[in-house]
Write a protein that binds this ligand. Sequence first.
Ligand code: NAP
Length: 486
Amino acid sequence: MSLPDHLLIDGELVTGGGPEFNVVDPANGETFAALRSSSEIQLARATAAARRAQPAWHALAQPERSRALHDVADRIRVEGEQIAEALTHETGRPLTRNRLYVDMAVDLFRMYAELTRALGGRVAPSNDPGQLSLVLRAPYGVVGCLVPWNYPLLLMVFKVAPALAVGNTVVIKPASETPLSLMVLSEIFATTLPPGVVNTVIGSGQTVGEGLVTDPAVDMIAFTGSTEVGRRLGVLCAEATKPSHLELGGKDPAIVFADADPAIAAEAVAWASFLNAGQVCTSTERVYVHESIHDQFVDAVVGVTGSIRVGDPFEESTQVGPMRSDGRRRKVLGEIEAAGSAGARVVAGGSAIDRPGFFMEPTVLVGVNHEMGVMREETFGPVLPIMAFSSDDEAFALAADTPYGLGASVYTETPARVERAYRELNVGTLWVNDPVVDNLAAPFGGNRASGDARELGLEALESFTTARHVHWNLAQDPKPWWFRQT
Ligand code: NAP
């Protein structure tokens, strides 16, 4: 398969003018594409183009902006297979799943094309009957969008669709490991949107990424990635008094109470942990199960784990592909080894798979304790550590013992436990009796070390706008209110 090698700057498709870098296909470990990063000048052209295009894009009649976003959705639908194949080469995720993510991207552009009509304002009470106080939601201006490698298409669209819908223009930087799908998207944006409304750049986070964040032409930053980088970008934005929305890492817990069906919970938890080889920010990364059903639950998890088909992501029957890089696989293997040295036992998987590419066995650990790295630090790989608890108080205390606050799951038939989980687990999303699933109509994001952003849902319209107040003197008496009082 050959993919385009170009970026979109001010309506023109151009190849990078900066240093070369390779994109490796994680399913075979070989270089799939040799590309050139964007140069400093190209980045400056991209942000300047976005700046110039923004007032006219915001001033466009709302139905026209909505139509343009529907056009983007239509073209993504037409080019869907090419986008899904690009995603499979760059992420190693099964093609069958990437097709679903293309469908979600189409849905998102359509949803925000329509939701933009729902963005209202309000009339605030005035000091005087002759005054009208309009509170309006206005776009920030130019939004810099930084996207990680695990979901390059979706996490880009989570930002770009609502940001454009409310009248911002954008400059997008994908992860260096996964720029390919954005190149197909660049063609689509070039033919559906006015020049400068969407611009794309590629290259290293430290140079192109920080260049984008600190560029004075950029008014707001929407970032998804690690907590470490997010904190740094938060500081850079604070220094420039620039708003930033940060979607960061997690260490999501699942609590399986004694009243849950162990077999159903086991299947849900295994998929919540091993989907995308565990490289999901909301992967279930630690499980607490009541001691009365612990052994039954572990047996069921091991059974599900053994049935997962790990393999070539282009095979229709494959359920899980490789990890994205060998470095990340080695880090995960190191965590398993460290847990083993501290007393944990591997009851499924535990090793790299001996074939080209970065494949890894889905792994289940038991006999873990709360001091182990696998229970505290984000693993971001296919590892599921399971720990027994004896009381609800203990389970809630363990689940809440983390700096992160992205998501959590509970498996129970007792509403009071759900209510307690909602109150005591400070997370953006609580899943009840279901593995980790997205509802595009509901907000998504984390708290504390997991960031502060809210993407998706109506909430994203708020996220990409700021309140502006228009104070209007309508009084017959042309004197300002202050003079009329004195
Ligand atoms: P990352 O290293 O933080 O990188 C994310 C993006 O930022 C990439 O485009 C990267 O570019 C860029 N970047 C890196 N350093 C930068 C810098 N100094 N200045 C500006 N940009 C910079 O994260 P990752 O390893 O790609 O992604 C995995 C992490 O993302 C995990 O922690 C995961 O939990 C988190 N995540 C969170 C969510 C969520 O919604 N909360 C969703 C998905 C993933 P390069 O690729 O060129 O370095």
